[in-house]
Write a protein that binds this ligand. Structure first.
Ligand code: BGC
Length: 765
């Protein structure tokens, strides 16, 4: 049974998978073509432009949709879809207006940011990526699709696959971290989870990969900021996850807010047409991000008519919120600034999506009342969310085996994040009922089941600055700022701590400290909380830092002073229970970081797959004059990519290779024996890295090329095998040709990107 799952995983994570041609995008459907040709023959130019318009839903009141402003627009044929309406009744109401009160009765698309679950909420995507378990990630997207489709939604703005190496950028929380290979596997798994094998089923929804492209490389980690990078970096590092989603058949693509090569992505023909359609064979439709067209005015690209025409010509098909298309395209057509063909092409792609979703056969396909009760926030879904959350937590430190805790004695839970339901699900949980999430306090109390005693004190506010706290707790996520002074809160906490055997300090970020428009320049645990932690440590009691975070934080001090650190990210609606599962050892943690944790902000951007430079620092050295290093801190991260501990310990043998001299299309088999040396069963993610020693362009010092997550009973050994071919060695050269180059390679295997064992091979043509 265990063997079988290892094999399956090996297949799922085959290193070559994302390079396969875009089969999923090339299916022909003559019946669909005939249907849409006939429909479009009846459409006026205004009706066609109307299909390209995607307004937000506004304040539709259930039962009164037909009187709303949006209904008026729909009746006039000016709306192709709506987004972020929650409630089946409202969706049904407006769909009825579209299919009963418009001339051509074209149904609407209903989009939503179903980013990490619907009402049942999974860990934030960055946390999900730390499971390194593609099956679980796919299941999370599947459940999200089941719940969203039961509630009227047929289109999700997910997955977000923006590679990110700057944790100052708050949106790292929404993506899968720093690595193109891991990010690509996750992109595929999520698209598959949402779209299934047939979009017309009533429980599958259209996926939208975003934000194309390079949004994660915003300068200085400031949201919406300029992006500028070389083409080789784009193609080798930042593009692969978007391409993987396209190869997996994603139905739509969202343009990013940033510019690329001086042209905002929304108006960037190189991205939207040359790369996406011509090079990758994408056949679905593209949509702007929220007011993406209008924002090109501030980017300095012209007035609304100019930027709208520019977007259409670039290859954008749907306009989110800004109505630039609606207001100006007809005029641009009359003035010869856009062609009728460009409008027709865009309209056709949107109608095709509706056709594939089965909306022309049954516009209420996703509006079946009985499904809401049956399929949303079910016990089974919540159990799965709890399981997935436990797999996403990363144990960063565990000195003297402080964890797991015993379910006895007195535990002091202290910290401003310890007793809040609203803070648990994490950023972008639009459909979650925040009041139903499980808080840490509730989770621990339930798990103790009366066998131990749990005391609680807030200990501090989120941050000392109340205005900062306001900005960081928007959208109903208040942490109920305490009016007492910092000192009063601290003294109360110390009194509670004094009565305990062990302290669990629930500290870190509020959920809205990451996500959109939540960039930070200081990634420490906020001031008052840090002070609280220092004082808790002074009590001499054992302290566990239970970290909540939407990004890698700077924990250098905590790593030195706190014996145990469990990073629980934001674990979704069931996080409180999942945290209890891991803290008490009912589940052994197995998450591994998908993003490097820096020692300090000055090291950013820091990522494992960096280049060697012409002056690399000698191995194990801190500083050498005239080498690439810092005066004040080593080059090492605090925690490397791929890192994460377990309550048990794993030992790696030396990698064994089928050959060290290969040629042409041969395959290299790499095996390594991993042993569970501890006294608990546990899971380990075995990672394979490759270094291409000499290339026609400089190559990274290490690149992830495979991984397998295995389960080992205490004392058990297992030999894990990876197979790679020349496809896995391929990269885009200076002419952007994709190929491999013969020469020497280091093959590295290990538990993270730092602690690998290496064998050198040569591979000739
Ligand atoms: C975000 C997108 C999101 C959209 C719709 C934008 O502000 O950048 O990720 O899908 O809003 O809510």
């Amino acid at each position: 049974m265990i063997k079988k799952s290892v094999k399956l995983l090996a297949l799922a994570c085959s290193a070559t998978a994302f390079l396969q041609p875009a089969i999923a995008q090339t299916k022909k459907d003559p019946a669909m073509d005939a249907y849409i040709n006939a429909l479009m023959a009846k459409m006026t130019i205004d009706e066609k432009i109307g299909q390209l318009n995607l307004p937000g839903a506004g304040d539709i009141v259930t039962g009164q949709a037909s009187n709303s402003d949006i209904a008026k627009k729909i009746r006039e044929g000016k709306v192709g879809g709506l987004f972020n309406i929650k409630s089946l009744a409202k969706i049904r109401d407006v769909q009825r207006v579209a299919v009963e009160e418009t001339r051509l009765k074209i149904p609407l698309l209903f989009g939503m940011d179903v980013i990490h679950g619907y009402q049942t909420t999974f860990p934030i995507p960055l946390a999900l990526s730390c499971t390194w378990d593609m099956s679980l990630i796919e299941q999370s997207a599947r459940i999200a699709a089941i719940e969203a489709s039961a509630d009227g939604i047929n289109w999700t703005f997910s997955p977000m696959v923006d590679l990110a190496r700057d944790p100052r950028w708050g949106r790292v929380a929404e993506g899968s971290g720093e690595d193109p290979y891991l990010g690509s596997q996750i992109a595929k798994a999520m698209v598959k989870g949402y779209q299934g094998d047939d979009l017309a089923k009533d429980n599958t929804i259209l996926s939208c990969v975003k934000h194309f492209a390079l949004y994660g490389a915003a300068e200085a980690g400031r949201d919406y900021h300029t992006t500028d990078m070389s083409r080789v970096r784009m193609y080798n590092e930042y593009f692969p996850p978007y391409k993987a989603a396209v190869d997996a058949g994603v139905g739509s693509v969202m343009a990013s807010f940033n510019e690329v090569d001086g042209i905002p992505a929304t108006g960037n023909r190189f991205l939207m047409t040359d790369v996406l359609r011509k090079q990758w064979g994408f056949k679905g439709f593209t949509v702007t991000d929220y007011t993406g067209i209008n924002e090109m005015i501030d980017h300095g690209m012209g007035d609304l008519q100019q930027v709208s025409a520019m977007a259409l010509r670039a290859g954008i098909h749907m306009d989110m919120v800004g109505e630039g298309f609606l207001i100006t395209l007809k005029k641009s057509l009359q003035e010869g600034k856009v062609t009728e063909k460009q409008i027709n092409d865009a309209c056709r792609l949107i109608l095709e999506a509706k056709y594939k979703l089965g909306l022309f056969t049954d516009p209420y396909r996703y509006c079946k009342e009985e499904r809401v009760k049956r399929d949303v926030f079910t016990e089974a879904h919540r159990r799965k969310a709890r399981e997935i959350a436990t797999e996403s937590f990363v144990l960063l430190k565990n000195e003297g085996k402080l964890l797991p805790l015993k379910k006895s004695g007195t535990i002091a839970l202290i910290g401003p994040l310890g007793d809040s339901r609203e803070n648990m699900p994490g950023t972008w949980s639009v459909a979650t009922d925040l009041s139903k999430a499980i808080s840490i306090r509730e989770g621990l109390t339930k798990a103790l089941g009366g066998k131990g005693n749990l005391l609680y004190a807030k200990g501090s506010n989120l941050v000392s600055d109340s205005l900062y706290e306001q900005r960081a707790t928007m959208f109903g996520r208040s942490l109920n700022r305490d009016g007492r002074s910092d000192e009063q809160l601290l003294q109360e906490a110390l009194q509670v701590a004094a009565q305990s055997d062990v302290i669990v300090a629930a500290l870190g970020e509020s959920s809205e400290m990451s996500g959109e428009s939540s960039s930070r320049t200081n990634l420490d645990i906020p001031d008052v909380q840090k002070n609280l932690l220092r004082n808790l440590l002074k009590t001499g009691k054992p302290v566990v830092l239970l970290l909540l975070a939407g990004r890698p934080m700077t924990l250098t001090e905590e790593h030195q002073t706190v014996p145990a650190i469990l990073n629980a990210w934001f674990g979704g609606s069931e996080a409180g229970d999942a945290i209890a599962d891991v803290l008490f050892g009912d589940v052994n943690p197995s998450g591994k970081l998908s993003m490097t944790f820096p020692q300090n902000v000055g090291q950013i951007p820091i990522y494992y797959a960096h280049k060697n430079t012409g002056r690399p620092l000698g191995a194990g050295k801190w500083f050498e004059k005239f080498k690439s290093n810092y005066l004040d801190v080593t080059n090492e991260p605090l925690y490397p990519f791929g890192y994460g501990l377990s309550y048990t310990g794993f030992e790696y043998g030396n990698p064994v290779l089928s050959s060290t001299k290969l040629s042409g299309n041969q395959k290299l088999r790499i095996s390594v024996t991993v042993t569970n040396k501890g006294d608990r069963d546990g899971k380990e993610t075995v990672q394979l890295y490759v270094r291409d020693l000499v290339g026609s362009i400089t190559r990274p010092v290490k690149e992830l090329k495979g991984f397998q997550k295995i389960f080992l009973k205490a004392g058990e050994s297992r030999t894990v095998e990876f197979v790679i071919g020349t496809n896995d060695l391929s990269f885009y050269n200076a002419n952007l040709e994709y190929n491999w180059e013969p020469g020497e390679f280091d093959i590295m295997v290990g538990p993270n990107a730092r602690d690998t064992k290496s064998v050198r091979i040569s591979w000739s043509k």
